[in-house]
Design a protein around this ligand. Structure first.
Ligand code: FES
Length: 121
């Protein structure tokens, strides 16, 4: 895991609360701004994962033009703007404008109460 997520303005601090796991639908996602820092949190068969919500193609939020961005099998995020596709498990781009790029994963800790927070790498 890289720490690229730290290289954006207003990157959250370790321990920062992001959301509650119950706030995210199964095979779905929640996008939010934390002090203007864009985050997308996914809940799929790969568990709960968080990424900077900024597509590496044109730096738009993945859900900029629509909400159907999680693949039916829960394995991928597909950008709503120009269909760049990324594997949630590996964070790597797998199709279209995603090829040669990667999601910027934010490390998470999730406590027994379901609080999803930024973790140390
Ligand atoms: S901005 Fe995401 S594919 Fe173009």
């Amino acid at each position: 895991m890289t720490d690229d997520w730290k290289n954006h303005a207003n990157a959250p601090k370790v321990g920062q609360f992001i959301c509650h796991s119950n706030d995210i639908e199964n095979n779905g996602y929640k996008s939010l701004l934390l002090n203007e820092y864009p985050i997308i949190v996914t809940k799929t068969g790969n568990g709960i994962n968080a990424f900077v919500n900024m597509c590496p193609h044109q730096y738009l939020p993945f859900d900029y033009l629509g909400t159907g961005i999680i693949s039916q099998d829960g394995s991928a995020i597909m950008c709503s703007s120009h269909a760049a596709k990324f594997c949630i498990k590996t964070a790597k781009g797998t199709d279209g404008f995603g090829l040669g790029h990667a999601l910027e994963r934010i490390p998470l800790s999730i406590d027994e109460g379901g609080r999803v927070c930024v973790a140390d790498i």
